[in-house]
Ligand binder design. Structure first.
Ligand SMILES: [Zn+2]
Length: 124
């Protein structure tokens, strides 16, 4: 099996700080839940609140973060806003790749003392 190799020039050009920021944006279970649900179609905040069983303040705060990150967009409809994924194909590809990576690594990250599901870090 041939392992993929990073092109030396590419590794210099890739802004790893920006990539890390993207993963931090995705690194929250509630934000992932919202993103996955928006893959079903446009939603108002009140709909996300009802469908996901989350507080409206929670949904609004995470949507604002995800909008600032460029991952979701909204358009006005009446007095409300309809929220959707800004780049659905690309986002779903990342999530699918994450599932593939989890399978390949035996979901070992789940046991990670820093990032695992039992970790007590502040940013979870
Ligand atoms: Zn829904």
């Amino acid at each position: 099996m041939t392992m993929p190799t990073l092109d030396a020039d590419e590794s210099v050009e890739v802004d790893l700080g920006t990539a890390a920021a993207l993963f931090r944006s995705l690194g929250d279970q509630t934000r992932l839940t919202i993103l996955r649900h928006l893959a079903l179609g446009e939603h108002k905040v009140v709909e996300l609140t009802a469908h996901l069983g989350l507080a409206q303040s929670t949904v609004s705060a995470h949507l604002a973060c995800l909008r600032d990150c460029g991952l979701v967009a909204s358009r006005p409809e009446g007095r409300a806003s309809l929220w959707s994924l800004a780049a659905p194909d690309e986002l779903l590809a990342v999530l699918a790749s994450a599932e593939t990576l989890l399978a390949a690594t035996g979901e070992a990250v789940d046991l990670c003392p820093t990032y695992g599901t039992a970790a007590t870090g502040a940013d979870r």
